[in-house]
Design a protein around this ligand. Sequence first.
Ligand code: ATP
Ligand code: MN
Length: 439
Amino acid sequence: MLDELGDWRKTHYTKDITPELVDREIILGGWVRNYRNLGGLKFISLQDKYGERQITLKRGVVSDDVFDNTKFGYQYCIMVRGIVKAFNEAPGGIEIIPSEIKLLNKTPDKLPIDMTGETVSELDLRLNHRALDLRSLKNQAIVEIRGELLRAIRKFLFKRDFTEITTPKIIGSATEGGTELFPIIYFEKEAFLTQSAQLYKEQLSGVYEKVFEISDCFRAEKSRTKRHLCEIFTLDVEMAFVTMKDVLELLEELVYNAIKDIRENKMGALKYLEMENKTVVPEVSFPRYKYEEIIELINNKNGFNLEFGEDIPTEAYRRLGDELSGYYYITHWPMSIKPFYIMASKNPKYSESFDLQKGMLELTSGGTRVHNKEQLMKALEEKGLNPLSFKSHLTAYDYGMPPHAGLGLGIDRWVSIICGLDDIREAVMYPRTPDRLTP
Ligand code: ATP
Ligand code: MN
């Protein structure tokens, strides 16, 4: 029943079938996105990783063999050998007239989710069948943009002399105090999955000066929101011989260039997601507000009663997002709610820290770090942490640690923003949440 691949090889992807190829023979491979039988006429919409093309079978034009044997269901895996023809009414102005079709694999009569694009199945159901769901044109657009974003970030940072680092994800002790850590069994000992590359990237800024890492980290937060995952992909950046001011400038340039690259190289995907007028290259520099100004704004305009030292609650962020819809910084957070490695301001009530916001969403946190060992040990104690459990990290500060500053940016959140996704789980191929460990 099924055909063998044999020596057939794809000659092109759907995106490569351009008018220059008219009258040439090509081989495409992919999945049946749509199949219509109109009697003497059959249409297959064949999709591959880049898009779709119409295969047209007309009785009398194609061989009877090919015509009669073509009875396909959604998402059947097929290969088509045929001639490219110009046809104005076909999508993209091109159709393929097949001389031979191979059926390589079938699907059940009824697929668990809609793959025709006519209706959108519920997200949880889609995630249950993710390998199928990811073939949808919407997901193809998201994944293309995610890939371009990562490429653009690397391009930008390499051009500025950054070294890409890779740090361990299995760690022996808590990075920032121990909550939100996933414990694991490491032979006979307890260990943890890392929640950020923070301490390692700081150490490595004392070696390679300008470093970045793009990788996973793990947050054992039980928060079931549309902004939180338990496994996240983050960009970590750390720079030596600079302060927060330089990081603010670098980050806005990074955002500017990444969005510029996405618009230049992935406009088709942006348009598919209807984001071409929303994900626009932002003006730099970004507006900068001090934490105190933001608190004041929230309290005055929205009737909140936030006090200095409070974290900003989600509802307040939501109101803030109505007011400030673009990218903007919130700087100089109270030292009392910042981690131990953040440098206090001249007035130690404040800290040399910032968040980058896009509307209501926090995209990045960063700041100037403490580089003096005594100061760092004091900061640990003030946060109720035991310097002894940071012994090996602290050793790095014995060997000429330079002043340094950096940031951590949530890639999945940024993809959600750029693609206009309502739920962060859509930005990730296989999301991990408190309720989801498979697939
Ligand atoms: P939030 O307050 O929104 O939970 P956070 O301040 O705890 O975030 P950071 O430790 O500052 O997060 O992490 C750096 C960035 O990583 C955040 O600005 C955000 O973009 C992203 N991030 C953090 N936690 C999560 C999560 N659970 N899911 C998705 N992205 C996250
Ligand atoms: Mn943060």
